[in-house]
Design a protein. Structure first.
Length: 507
């Protein structure tokens, strides 16, 4: 990480005057829900469509393949939500930052991966604290054609400054090994008015809190213990509070943002005042003006369709999490993904499993009844066990083929083509009965929820993945069933959640 990049990233990471950054993601949530109401007519939709800014989806050289549909042909969706700290307009500068920051590339202060399950029954959100040190891939700015070299470790919020939101998408794909379908980004402008438009958002603290330090740091938030409906400036203070919540780090701020987000979603769904067409139009106007999306999500109609998909998920099945992190050994003010826990959380996302464990299915008591005899099935096995810098485990495909043959699948064979590391899955084409693929997976101990219908294969295909690097039977009992405690899980209906107050910040 260069000195210039480190200094720039630090400026986006903390300090007084970093105002109104944390409220920006609410524009994304509000826009999608508002546009799904059908309150405005076609002409007004066209007007809103003209408000929306767009940019390229992915600026990296190497993308991640889109997730294969599940056994029912349903496909999950991943959306990266970004909050930019752009200072390059009079309005944004007025809302936060110093004049000497005008002209610098924006940083991504808020980053959340929203995962909508294939069956549309669960919505999972994974936040990345902006102080986290992660690899950033090479990216080329589509406007200036400048190429930013890859960095082995750089602050997560710096990815946006490497050519735009498409570099943040490339960074998240490299970090999570998950294909991202869309991004939605908002900046300072027009965001604060949204807190007023929804009529306030209930938040809770366990003790009286005042976010202020003797040397002038802090958001200025001052609340009594219990629940308060915040809006306008007070909502902004809640979302930017670092000094005063939990341990005074960016993790506490992220958890407060989750509480606000889930509460705001409930308000948008339940608050009858938002059925007022005038209020809906006002919120949609400000939200679309603040919104930048990828070039595949660049019309109001597409946002409307997306909102319908999101609205299928009940709030009790919305799960907010933070990527587990640990203190970086080279700088105590920086974080790195926590070994074990971070991968366990991301593995659940890649497998399209609910982070709260609600989607865990019990093993079938009886062996599935295949449509055809085992010996007649054409099966190939690929070694996809390479994980990050780790090479694939030698001989994995051969070991699994041996077990299949012992179980009667005598036509099983190795496909030796190099295969990127990925989760274990059983792929099958539409021409193969689902029951045959399920039975083959069962012979290896692979649960039915790892079946994927794929147009890219012509026969049953077993991917021996990064989660199965030893043994011939899939270790289902060793796989994570829900997000680890270090992910700070918050449920969408948890109305009783209250933020812990940092010692020394009570009154």
């Amino acid at each position: 990480m260069t000195g210039g990049h480190r200094q720039q990233a630090r400026r986006g990471a903390a300090g007084p005057g970093k105002r109104r950054h944390a409220l920006r993601w609410t524009a994304v949530t509000a826009t999608v829900l508002v546009l799904g109401t059908g309150a405005a007519g076609y002409a007004y939709y066209e007007h809103l469509n003209g408000n929306i800014k767009k940019d390229e989806l992915n600026l990296g050289k190497h993308g991640v393949a889109k997730a294969a549909p599940n056994a029912e042909g349903q496909t999950p969706m991943n959306i990266l939500l970004l909050g930019s700290d752009d200072r390059n307009s009079a309005e944004n500068l007025k809302l936060g930052g110093a004049k000497n920051e005008v002209g610098r590339a924006a940083l991504a202060d808020v980053q959340m991966l929203l995962h909508l399950s294939a069956d549309r029954k669960n919505l999972s959100v994974v936040s990345l604290p902006r102080d986290t040190m992660i690899p950033v891939p090479e990216c080329t700015d589509p406007k200036t054609k400048k190429t930013y070299p890859a960095a082995n470790l750089e602050m997560a919020n710096a990815s946006l400054s490497h050519g735009g939101p498409g570099c943040s998408v490339a960074t998240w794909e490299a970090l999570t090994r998950t294909h991202i379908d869309h991004f939605m980004m908002v900046d300072f402008g027009g965001v604060v008015s949204m807190a007023d438009a929804v009529g306030g958002v209930p938040v809770c603290v366990k003790q009286n809190v005042y976010s202020h330090t003797p040397d002038g740091h802090g958001s200025g938030l001052r609340l009594k213990a219990g629940t308060t409906s915040v809006k306008g400036e007070q909502a902004l203070q809640w979302l930017r509070t670092r000094y005063g919540f939990e341990d005074g780090t960016d993790l506490g701020r992220t958890h407060a943002q989750h509480m606000y987000m889930t509460s705001m979603v409930r308000e948008l769904r339940e608050n009858a005042t938002l059925t007022n067409p005038g209020k809906m139009r006002s919120l949609a106007e400000t939200a679309t003006k603040a919104l930048t999306v990828d070039d595949h999500l660049d019309t109001v109609k597409k946002l409307y369709d997306l909102s319908n998909e999101l609205r299928k998920v009940p709030s009790k099945h919305i799960t907010m999490t933070t990527l587990p992190t640990a203190q970086w050994s080279e700088d105590r003010n920086r974080l790195v993904p926590k070994p074990g826990d971070a991968e366990a959380l991301l593995s659940l996302v890649r497998k399209d499993q609910a982070l709260d464990g609600s989607g865990t299915k019990p093993k079938p008591k009886k062996k599935p009844a295949p449509a055809h005899p085992a010996a007649s099935l054409d099966i190939q096995v690929l070694n996809a066990s390479g994980a990050g810098a780790e090479a694939p485990v030698q001989g994995r495909a051969s070991q699994v083929v041996g077990r299949l043959k012992a179980k009667g699948y005598t036509d099983a064979e190795i496909n030796a083509q190099p295969t990127p590391g990925q989760e274990t899955a059983v792929l099958f084409p539409a021409s193969v009965p689902k029951a045959d693929a399920q039975a083959a997976g069962h012979a290896l101990g692979i649960p039915a929820d790892l079946l994927r219908k794929s147009a890219d294969v012509s026969r049953i295909t077993i991917l021996v993945g990064t989660d199965w690097r030893e043994d011939t039977a899939y270790p289902a009992e060793k796989q994570p069933k829900k997000a680890p405690e270090s992910a700070a899980v918050l449920n969408g209906e948890d109305k009783g959640a209250c933020m812990a107050v940092q010692p020394g910040f009570t009154w």
